[in-house]
Design a protein around this ligand. Structure first.
Ligand SMILES: Cc1cc2nc3c(=O)[nH]c(=O)nc-3n(C[C@H](O)[C@H](O)[C@H](O)COP(=O)(O)O)c2cc1C
Length: 225
């Protein structure tokens, strides 16, 4: 079988270029240009090709495009950023201090821009996974199967979006208020777990560079740790 012809011509990127230039886009999200549903559906068709545990494909993508709902979701996201329960991404083990070009301050600066524009971003994607019960998230081994059955599809979506000139950024602050977000979006909270909130917009310009990372030898282990 083959997939339908794409509605938007893909950029001329090699697979390696696509994989090395799909950045977290915040400042270069063009909030003035609408994103057609057909392009989102094309990217979702590609995401559907990702692996999932026992091929159960129990994930769903909720695209929020209605301005009032986007505004309400953005408000929850902003509250999550400052919530005492919010995980602080610069705490704990990290390699970013010596990999990001200007370290955490540069990310924080671009994050502040996202805070300002979030409700104007034309599409907010909430990837979700269906669960038997939320107790599935208590056990790390089961949890690995749960997250592992939605995150590959989500990243595939983000790669497909980049290949068409759309920018995305993985974010999680609204999850500190997941129950309220579920009520806002009509999601069954007990059976559906939200895993991110991904703003989507056309990018301002299409050229992105590979990011600096630590030498690969620092992250690779052979045969033992
Ligand atoms: C689990 C996860 C959570 C993240 N949360 C946020 C977030 O809340 N806000 C944000 O602007 N970026 C967030 N990011 C994006 C990272 O900051 C970004 O991937 C990282 O700085 C590296 O930048 P790059 O993807 O452009 O290489 C998150 C990424 C991941 C994987």
């Amino acid at each position: 079988m083959s997939l339908p012809e794409p509605h938007h011509p893909p950029l001329a990127l090699t697979p390696d270029e696509l994989l090395s230039t799909t950045r977290a886009v915040r400042r270069r999200l063009d909030v003035s240009r609408p994103v057609p549903r057909e392009v989102l559906l094309d990217c979702t068709r590609l995401a559907q090709q990702a692996p999932s545990g026992r091929n159960r494909q129990r994930w769903d993508f909720l695209f929020v495009t209605d301005p009032d709902r986007r505004r309400a979701l953005a408000d929850l996201w902003r509250r999550g950023l400052t919530s005492p329960a919010a995980p602080r991404s610069h705490d704990g083990p990290s390699r970013h201090d010596y990999t990001a070009e200007a370290g955490w301050p540069a990310i924080a600066d671009s994050l502040r821009h996202l805070v300002d524009i979030l409700d104007q971003v034309p599409v907010l994607l909430v990837p979700c996974i269906q669960v038997g019960s939320r107790a599935e998230l208590d056990d790390p081994a089961t949890q690995a199967g749960t997250w592992g059955s939605v995150l590959p599809a989500t990243w595939s979506f983000m790669l497909a979006a980049r290949s068409r000139g759309l920018g995305t950024v993985w974010t999680t602050p609204h999850l500190s208020h997941e129950r309220e977000a579920a009520a806002l979006l009509g999601l069954p909270y007990d059976r559906t777990v939200q895993c991110a909130l991904i703003p989507i917009a056309w990018t301002i310009g299409t050229h992105f560079r590979p990011a600096r990372r630590v030498p690969v030898t620092e992250v690779v282990h052979w045969d033992h740790w």
